[in-house]
Design a protein around this ligand. Structure first.
Ligand code: FAD
Length: 452
């Protein structure tokens, strides 16, 4: 049944944007540069009632339904062709209980918006490495960022949520109320309902040291950075990027395109204490750039350049260790590829994240030592095939036994890869919860867990 935007409009408190609206091009755009889809209607929900109504329209029409927040899904799950997009970006309420150390946050906030607002009170909840990512998407996936070793994943700091289920019910979900659903939304993605708001735990975060250090890449430097960041106190969370140096103003021209180690890090503690790690890190090789300094945590999310929308192929995995063999493979693969931009991201995990029992949330890979993301940019469809083949072979060369993944970085890779995010018992339990709350799989445009 074709949708009439005029007939839909009076059913909502928020706006409904169709292909003939001036704002359509802007509103339909998502982060990945290779995703260019044209939904029939984008419903900019204003409240939980609007969400329930949009779900009713999806059920009545039988059209595909996408739930969209920050638009960063690499698979483009936040949009579709010819269907309905339920856009939560208007849900930006934020109630901060400074004394109680909690906040109720609208699911449409970005990580940067939330972080800046709670940061005014010297408080923080950890998300990822990018401020423009939506609180909705990253929280439901798990959330691994610059505070992960200090305070755990985002889901480890989720206390409650308001969820609109496939049948339009508005549920308050926490450890006591619908505990099965509360377990599933902590890592199970958008499979179980539309979250309108989240209640997060806030942590006091005074002193913080963060930023970026770039050094020339050799196997020795990579090994040194890994050893230091892996063994550092849990105050340190780091993202070690081995990559081709971008043509940025602070990189000397003769180094553009050469292999560098770009370490992004956050140290949740005083500068003097951070120095015990930073001193040896800087001593590994003369820095090409050194932007690490004491700062407010919210400064880790500088304003985003909205025109930056790369077309990339990427694969993700979780590893037990990054040893000499892994480093040799990383160095060899990056040296041999000719993709103009190619990167391996090595993220040491552990700390508070590893202290949560594997069955406490739907993210079960608590014992993983590292998250590894591999990516290359591409230009043409032919180039895409070459780069994708490289990335897949690279990941397979790095696997250590059972393939394991973090769902937040999966692209459109099929059921086997979704299962890599959810080991046996977790998958079965998620499929049961799915059957209970979404038996018809209305929410299927996601890293899908079909109902049991
Ligand atoms: C540049 C970049 C950097 C990233 N860095 C990190 C990182 O450091 N750490 C990390 O953990 N992840 C990271 N990610 C992965 C990111 O967390 C996921 O892609 C996430 O899904 C993006 O959320 P979004 O709201 O921006 O995306 P969207 O595309 O808007 O949403 C993705 C999916 O999430 C679900 N969803 C979103 N909001 C809701 C809601 N309110 N209710 C129900 N379902 C919802 C839907 O299924 C939706 O299709 C990064 C991604 C990118 C592109």
């Amino acid at each position: 049944m074709p949708l009439s935007i005029e007939e839909l409009r009076p059913r909502f408190h928020g706006e409904v944007v169709g292909p003939h609206e001036d704002t359509y091009e802007d509103v339909r755009r998502v982060f990945p540069g290779n995703i260019d889809r044209r939904p029939a209607a984008i419903v900019q929900v204003a409240d939980a009632e609007d969400v329930a109504e949009a779900l009713a329209v999806a059920r009545e029409s039988g059209l595909p339904l996408a739930v969209r927040c920050g638009g960063h899904s690499g698979a483009g799950h936040g949009t579709n062709d010819g269907g309905i997009v339920l856009d939560v970006r208007g849900l930006k309420s934020l109630e901060i209980d400074v004394d109680g150390r909690t906040a109720w946050a609208g699911s449409g906030l970005t990580a940067a918006e939330y972080t800046a607002a709670v940061g005014e009170h010297g408080l923080a909840t950890g998300f990822g490495d990018t401020g423009s990512v939506g609180v909705g998407g990253i929280t439901l996936n798990g959330g691994i960022g610059f505070l992960v070793r200090k305070f755990g994943m985002t889901i480890d700091n989720l206390l409650a949520a308001e969820v609109v289920t496939a049948d339009g019910q508005v549920l308050r979900v926490d450890a006591e109320s619908h505990p099965d659903l509360f377990w599933a939304i902590r890592g199970g993605g958008g499979n179980f309902g539309v979250v309108t708001k989240f209640q997060f735990r806030l942590h006091e975060l005074g002193d913080f040291v963060g930023g970026m250090l770039m050094q020339p890449a050799t196997p020795e430097v990579i090994a040194g950075v890994i050893a230091l960041t892996e063994s550092a106190p849990q105050e340190l969370s780091a993202i070690v990027n081995v990559m081709t140096a971008p043509p940025m103003p602070f990189v000397p021209e003769e180094l553009h395109g050469t292999l560098v180690v770009m370490t992004l890090l956050g140290y949740a503690g005083p500068a003097a204490e951070a120095e015990a790690v930073l001193g040896p890190l800087r001593a590994l090789a003369t820095p090409i750039a050194d932007f690490i300094r004491p700062m407010a945590y919210a400064e880790m999310f500088p304003p985003a350049d909205e025109s930056y929308r790369p077309s990339a192929v990427g694969e993700t995995m979780l590893l037990g260790t990054v040893d000499g063999q892994v480093i040799d493979t990383v160095f060899k693969q990056l040296t041999e590829s000719d993709a103009p931009f190619r990167v391996v991201q090595l993220r040491p995990l552990g700390g508070a994240m590893a202290q949560v029992p594997a069955d406490a949330t739907a993210f079960a890979h608590r014992d993983a030592g590292f998250m590894v993301n591999l990516a290359a940019f591409y230009t043409t469809p032919e180039d895409r095939i070459v780069r994708q083949t490289w990335v897949t072979a690279f990941r397979e060369a790095l696997e250590q036994g059972d393939a394991r993944a973090y769902v937040g970085f999966l692209n459109d890779e099929g059921e086997e890869r979704v299962r890599a995010a959810y080991p046996g018992a977790t998958w079965e339990r998620l499929a049961q919860v799915k059957r209970r709350y979404d038996p018809d799989n209305l929410f299927r445009l996601n890293q899908n867990i079909p109902p049991a």
